[in-house]
Write a protein that binds this ligand. Sequence first.
Ligand code: TYD
Length: 134
Amino acid sequence: MKIIELPKFTDERGALSFLESNNHIPFEIKRIYYLYGNTHNKIRGCHAHKKLQQAIIAINGSFTVEIDNGTKKQDFILNTPSQALLITECVWREIKNFSKDAVVLVLASDFYTEDDYIRDYNEFLKYKEIKCLL
Ligand code: TYD
């Protein structure tokens, strides 16, 4: 997991940031989704992926991504559109502390399939033990 500083061009018109597949992030983007309207600040995520890699950007507002690799937890506060948090496979993630205006942009390395999800924490720990190389 790491924060990537994206290119940022700023002038009197504001700012522009961008990222490219296999360049600023180490995978090809096959899917984009976004989370918004979480005005009651409910926790989202609470799952791991077997194969999927993702990059998360705070397109607006702020939130915290808690990453748990089964032994250690780490919080990443995202609050600027010029940073992306890279999330590998085989980690449990929870997204919390949403500002009312938060928009979470997620770039994913594959199409949606429920088969890639692990939604039970104990199952995640078992899966991690057996299948994950990280
Ligand atoms: P969910 O996994 O609960 O979202 P989060 O990880 O943010 O807590 O997803 C909510 C619903 O959206 C669930 O029924 C699955 C569906 N969904 C898709 O159909 N396609 C997608 O790309 C994603 C991410 C979710």
